[in-house]
Design a protein around this ligand. Sequence first.
Ligand SMILES: *[C@@H]1O[C@H](CO)[C@@H](O)[C@H](O)[C@H]1NC(C)=O
Ligand SMILES: *[C@@H]1O[C@H](CO)[C@@H](O)[C@H](O)[C@H]1NC(C)=O
Ligand SMILES: *[C@@H]1O[C@H](CO)[C@@H](O)[C@H](O)[C@H]1NC(C)=O
Length: 383
Amino acid sequence: MQLQSITTLLALPAAALSFAWPPSTAEDFLQVLPDDNKIPLSPQLAITPEVAKESPKTQVVTLTRVGPQFGAFPAKPVGEETDDTPLPVVIWHGLGDSADAEGLKEIATLVEQVHPGTYTYLISATGAAGSEDRQASFFGNVTEELDFVCHALAGDKILATAPAIDAIGFSQGGQFLRGYVERCGGWAPKVRSLLTFGSQHNGIAEFQKCASSGDWMCHIANSLLKSGTVWSDFVQSRLVPAQYYRDTNDYENYLEHSNFLADINNEREEKNATYAENLAALEKFVMILFNGDRTVIPKETGWFAEVNLTSNAVTELRDRPIYKEDWIGLKKLDEKGGLDFIGLEGDHMQLVDDDLVGLFAKYFGPAGKKFVPLSLPLPELEL
Ligand SMILES: *[C@@H]1O[C@H](CO)[C@@H](O)[C@H](O)[C@H]1NC(C)=O
Ligand SMILES: *[C@@H]1O[C@H](CO)[C@@H](O)[C@H](O)[C@H]1NC(C)=O
Ligand SMILES: *[C@@H]1O[C@H](CO)[C@@H](O)[C@H](O)[C@H]1NC(C)=O
């Protein structure tokens, strides 16, 4: 859902075009990208009962189902620092969303219901809300946006004084929060549990699977990524998804030019040891993959796996050099029990309340919490 909205974005009125269409160069393409007002609202995060009903494998349960769990986390007034005050939770949204979207507020409310008294913080990559934040999810230099976020979180009194924070990254927000941990873990608020939903840790090979051969907007977006221009500084400093585009058949160029992913994945010859140190300092890194994800290509990137798109062979994270040689601390994290792989039913970002409640109950809560398996049945989760 998050990535799909690129198609909507590209569906601009013809009046916006003051030059040859379709654009044949990256420069032309970027020129037609809209100013503030022309960016349409993205679909909200789907956590409604209606969505749950569409999926026969998921069932809607009310929060009272986890009643016994609430007993473990009694409500505390905000600001009253006691040992069982839940850690704050920060949330970074995906492509085409904004920090003030209703769906995100619902997620924050759900976190607060599971752990009463939780301070939640919705991340904006520019500090602005609405269309400006949504625009920054498509356009901008990810390094600069991430730097802004590090300072914003460090400048928040509650986050900065908490013993640690927990974090949720939806779709691209997931790899950006991982970048936050790696790059700013030494000085910005320290993350305990990082949950990423349908994120592109190993990059994307396409914007998305185009729905039909007639969906030429989608094909243009894909061809931009596949063209030589994707590696230009021009595109790498402006188009957000290009900065986590990763083509195994064009790996040399990726290594040389990728503005974000090749760096935070420490794929270049010169590794930054701080990245590995900071990531391994997490208590939990939970990668959640949507089994039916038809938006992210390949979906296995959500578990940091590598897919050969010619042979469709999947190399699991634990069989890859990034893990085996521990370029970014994942092996160290795994060896202390800090790396969890979870699969959820449904398409990209098709979230259901009971899955979220189970995850929030398991991974969030007070500082000093021991991460033991839940005794509650969580039928939809492979915990
Ligand atoms: C490694 O990353 C840290 C944290 O972002 C940064 O301060 C440092 O300059 C980097 N080191 C190198 C050699 O790039
Ligand atoms: C993105 O921003 C950083 C920090 O300002 C800069 O060093 C880098 O060169 C920029 N990337 C591109 C591709 O321009
Ligand atoms: C992908 O698989 C094809 C066919 O088996 C093989 O020829 C190619 O070398 C593989 N690509 C990579 C990057 O490993």
